[in-house]
Design a protein around this ligand. Structure first.
Ligand code: SAM
Length: 394
């Protein structure tokens, strides 16, 4: 067991409500203690190609927190805290995270949440933010890893087939993919083509397809069979009662981020304006969001950990652009070192044409201490996807 740790009270996110947090215990109540569904559903909806193409330049950032909370109620998760800057609002949720940029929204939820049930409300909130063609967003991506306990999911998440049918009812011309082994780790992806609709409905600002120089890259690492010793770091330290720990969740999370070196994945020495918001659940489990301003834009990262040995899982996702000091490989090695997974899946989505950045994906072919099993490359309209699976060397 780990020793009790000192908790820095001042580290609690300033924009977090000071009162205790309402966590949705219903999502875990129906599951045996040792069987939490870590693998997340991930929805990314782009209403315009860039913040400059948004109504009033602020787009989705004009939607009030209480309206997002209404949408999240339908999904069955709660807001724990938010960190904000001019470019993004990063919401830490009871089941993962949400990032709201002016032109796009990223919603990632785990457990038995019903992410897609929130879709209709999301589209109408986008309409209220001035996206007059919100029913046909500029681009939609929905993806997830294969579930560990698919039978426990609620409609429409009971099967990939059901999810695709649900998405097809909302969007025209979507394509659905099963990526990877049927009888091993695999990943599902649904996406629509770029520019099937105008961002604002105003023909003067209508943007169809990808602009020259459009940049976007998202790296996801989905890890299972975590090293038990390292997973122990994501349990409540000895000496905490559950009442204390729930009100200290953010402070405990901050300490955990520092002890595990999660807060050094994008170090403040290199990214001085970076901010981290983290939470340690009771009796275990951890979530964190990072907001990382870079010279070109503000990026995000997010980590979620289910440390229970029977269903251990951790995910990392980022869109912080690669650089000579933070290549995709360097980031992958730092993250994998924290969790020591037995297996992991890596997906790297890159807007095509960013030649300098594409070198990053090729460099992730070899990860120290791991054997690569699969490498699958897709060339989609405007994007390349690299899907890789790795297993720890014996
Ligand atoms: C929300 S977190 C991170 C989930 C994430 N998708 C992941 O990577 O596994 C889930 C972990 O927190 C624990 N947990 C404790 N209380 C929870 C609550 N009220 N809601 C959700 N998870 C809770 C779960 O048992 C699990 O270990």
């Amino acid at each position: 067991m780990t020793a009790p740790i000192a908790v820095p009270q001042s580290s609690i996110s300033s924009s977090s409500p000071a009162t205790s947090y309402t966590i949705n215990h219903e999502n875990t109540a129906g599951l045996p203690e040792s069987a939490f569904e870590g693998p997340e559903k991930l929805l990314e909806v782009w209403f315009a190609p860039s913040p400059e193409d948004c109504p009033s330049g602020k787009g989705l950032k004009t939607v009030a927190r209480k309206d997002w909370e209404g949408m999240l109620d339908l999904v069955n998760c709660k807001v724990l805290s938010v960190i904000e800057n001019d470019e993004v609002d990063a919401y830490l949720l009871s089941e993962s995270s949400m990032f709201v940029f002016p032109h796009k929204l990223i919603l990632k939820t785990c457990g038995t949440t019903t992410l897609l049930i929130g879709l209709t409300r999301l589209l109408s909130l986008a309409a209220s933010a001035g996206f007059t063609s919100s029913q046909t967003p500029w681009r939609v991506f929905y993806s997830r890893k294969s579930f560990m306990f698919p039978d426990r999911q609620l409609p429409p998440h009971k099967s990939w087939h059901d999810e695709v049918e649900y998405l097809d009812k909302h969007f025209e011309g979507g394509s659905a993919y099963h990526v990877g082994r049927m009888n091993g780790d695999h990943w599902f992806l649904y996406m629509t083509s770029p520019g099937t609709s105008a961002a604002t409905g105003n023909t003067a600002t209508r943007t169809v397809g990808l602009k020259e120089g459009f940049e976007d890259e998202t790296l996801e690492i989905l890890m299972t069979d975590l090293c038990e010793r390292r997973a122990r770091q994501f349990y409540l330290p000895d000496g905490y009662s559950s009442t204390e720990s729930e009100s200290d969740g953010h402070a405990l999370g901050t300490t955990c981020s520092s002890q595990t070196k999660i807060d050094s994945i994008y170090p403040t020495s290199e990214y001085p304006d970076a901010r981290v918001d983290s939470y340690l659940f009771t009796p275990c489990g951890y979530s964190a969001n990072g907001v990382v301003p870079t010279p070109s834009s503000t990026g995000y990262w997010t980590i979620h950990v289910t440390p229970e040995p029977h269903c251990s899982y951790a995910s990392f996702e980022t869109n912080v652009p690669t650089s000579p000091t933070s290549t995709s490989l360097a980031t992958v090695e730092k993250v994998v070192e924290i969790f020591g997974p037995g297996k992991f899946t890596l997906t790297l989505f890159e807007a095509r044409g960013v030649e300098a950045e594409r070198k990053g994906s090729l460099g992730v072919d070899e990860v120290k201490g791991y054997k690569r099993r699969d490498r699958i490359v897709y060339e989609f309209e405007g994007y390349d996807l690299v899907f890789l699976t790795f297993e720890k060397e014996k």
